[in-house]
Design a protein around this ligand. Sequence first.
Ligand SMILES: [Fe+2]
Ligand SMILES: [Fe+2]
Length: 269
Amino acid sequence: MTTLADMAVEVLSTGDGREKTALARRHAATWRASREAGTPLEIGVARPPLRPARPDAPVLLNPRDVPHRKPGTPEGRIALLHAVAHIELNAVDLHWDIIARFSDVPLPVSFYDDWVKAGDEEAKHFNLMADCLEQAGSHYGALPAHAGMWRAAEDTAEDLMGRLAVVPMVLEARGLDVTPNMIAVFRKAGESRAVEALETIYSEEVSHVAYGSKWFHFLCGRHDIDPTATFHGLVRKYFHGALKPPFNEEKRAEAGIPPDFYWPLAKGA
Ligand SMILES: [Fe+2]
Ligand SMILES: [Fe+2]
């Protein structure tokens, strides 16, 4: 019988963006149905690829070589949507990877509920961004995108607490900081479809950060270690560079990330 870990590996092994997200959504529905029926799929054990399959386009460049376009122009807004689409596709893989990668760590079944839900939502987010791009006469793959987004996953491939600290609690929390300004750019341009899509992303990302915080604290409790000091140690070990203020303190609080987690890691702290 197919296990949840097998389904995660299938998502990770699919390259095309629309195919990957369709599969992610289908597998999430299967998992949900099995839970609702009271017969959850087995979690199983799998060997996820070190790097997920990706489409041939976009070309991946070093962040310094990705051309910057002004958000005040239609081209600039397309570039912004393209960058978010790329982040979302990466996020689909990140959430399914956490399901398969650490299947040797015993965890409550609700751990999997949370990441399946997040993996489903990221698939929806990618599709929303791809739809906006297509409506604007472009598509995902039309522009170069950042290489190196998978680095955090590789660096923390052996360390679940490190993964939780860096991916949801640093990278996705950063998304909460920057998304309101992005929404404002599209609102100013009267692009209501993009505004709506980004608002959906913004509200659902709060829960992804919250899942990170919840399971990080759970594991701190299991190992009887101090969450704040542990978080600082793991971020310093695995995350390259300081955290960038301004922080969205309100949404971070809503997601269970208190100020003494991030301020001591901020630039100039
Ligand atoms: Fe997302
Ligand atoms: Fe997310």
